[in-house]
Design a binder for this molecule. Structure first.
Ligand SMILES: NC(=O)c1ccc[n+]([C@@H]2O[C@H](COP(=O)([O-])OP(=O)(O)OC[C@H]3O[C@@H](n4cnc5c(N)ncnc54)[C@H](OP(=O)(O)O)[C@@H]3O)[C@@H](O)[C@H]2O)c1
Length: 333
């Protein structure tokens, strides 16, 4: 397949006044970094981290102009390694992709082969981005919780930030697997959405955010998927049942965790850190296999699809915690 000279991409640039502007532009293929794989991106998706990169957060992206997008699914056009051949369908997530390496909000990418994973045959490229990094992270949380002893019989499992990308997929996957899921949300109006995904009960963000200052609370959760951090994570630890585990993967509320050691030393609660960026390839492939198989969920109510031109509104929305579910970006439009 012949490569084009230029391709369409979202480009974020820093102005002389240190503000950031987002434009859709034609970029030259020769501007991409040297990589073992050149991939034609068919779909990408929007994650919270992309919105940070797209708005000039130097903790995520140091140098601009930059094309964000930490997720991409597409077709290998050229490969200099035996691991992949032209025509292979792949996802690219994690590592430096979309952070300081040109990302999935452009129609072509150039990456090291180790950043790519072959898409399982039962998963479409579009659905692979319906999951994306959010789905991978939700799956990794479930893998860690189950490896720590969580079963369907253990009791209620809390998911915080439940209408977000990671949260909504965690709710849907847990429900599909037969767990008794409780969703914590700040969006009063999204109860039907969450019960539609399979949540058995819904609690408000306030209820999940104990401000009493007490070191321990009544035990309730047999397991927790926490996507928000801060005092909600502290509350989850204080209300986790004896011997249970809390998987922490996000910081939508705060990066801080102010708690004493009582949940750990009096109730044997475990805090499981979950990272999707640097995890070894075998764990990544295991999670994708689960998503393509028995953990796969109905994405129709979770996914909203936009073209590159539609991203602007979604970036603004996700920065305010206002996105429901997942936003998939169709790069062919
Ligand atoms: N560890 C990893 O490898 C990894 C991978 C992916 C994502 N993450 C992190 O996981 C988090 C979720 O990512 P995402 O892509 O799912 O983001 P998202 O779609 O924006 O979802 C975050 C959700 O958190 C809740 N929320 C937002 N602001 C909040 C606040 N101030 N206090 C309490 N809750 C708040 C909202 O849900 P409700 O309105 O329903 O409460 C929101 O929808 C982010 O912090 C992201 O950086 C980590």
């Amino acid at each position: 397949m012949a490569l084009p000279q230029t391709f369409k991409a979202l480009v974020v640039s820093e102005t002389a006044e240190k503000t950031f502007v987002r434009e859709i532009k034609q970029r030259s293929l020769s501007d991409l970094p040297a990589g073992e794989l050149i991939i034609e991106v068919k779909y990408s998706s929007l994650n919270y981290k992309d919105a940070l990169s797209a708005s000039g957060n130097k903790g995520v992206t140091r140098k601009y102009p930059h094309t964000p997008g930490i997720d991409a699914a597409g077709i290998v056009v050229t490969s200099t390694t035996k691991m992949f051949s032209a025509g292979d369908q792949v996802t690219v997530t994690g590592f430096d992709f979309g952070m300081n390496t040109s990302g999935g909000f452009g129609q072509y990418i150039s990456v090291p082969a180790l950043w790519a994973t072959k898409v399982p045959p039962s998963l479409s490229l579009r659905d692979s981005m319906g999951y994306g990094t959010a789905g991978l992270t939700a799956a990794l949380c479930l893998i860690r919780l189950m490896a720590s002893g969580l079963t369907k019989e253990s009791g209620e499992v809390l998911v915080t930030g439940a209408t977000g990308g990671v949260g909504s997929l965690a709710v849907a996957m847990l429900a599909k697997l037969g767990f008794n899921v409780v969703a914590a949300t700040g969006k009063e109006g999204e109860k039907d959405f969450l019960t539609g995904l399979g949540a058995k009960a819904i609690i408000s963000r306030d209820e999940a955010n104990d401000t009493s200052g007490r070191p321990l609370q009544k035990e309730r959760w047999a397991g927790v998927v926490d996507t928000v951090g801060g005092n909600i994570l502290a509350t989850a630890l204080k209300t986790a049942k004896y011997g249970s585990s809390v998987a922490a993967c996000g910081n939508a509320m705060s990066v801080d965790l102010n708690i004493n050691v009582f949940p750990f030393i009096l109730r044997g609660v475990s805090l499981l850190g979950v990272d999707s960026v640097q995890i070894p390839m075998r764990a990544r492939q295991m999670a994708w296999t689960k998503l393509a198989g028995e953990w796969g969920v109905d994405l129709s109510t979770i996914v909203k699809e936009v073209a590159l031109e539609g991203l602007e509104a979604e970036i603004e929305k996700i920065l305010k915690g206002g996105v429901r579910g997942r936003v998939v970006v169709d790069l062919s439009r």
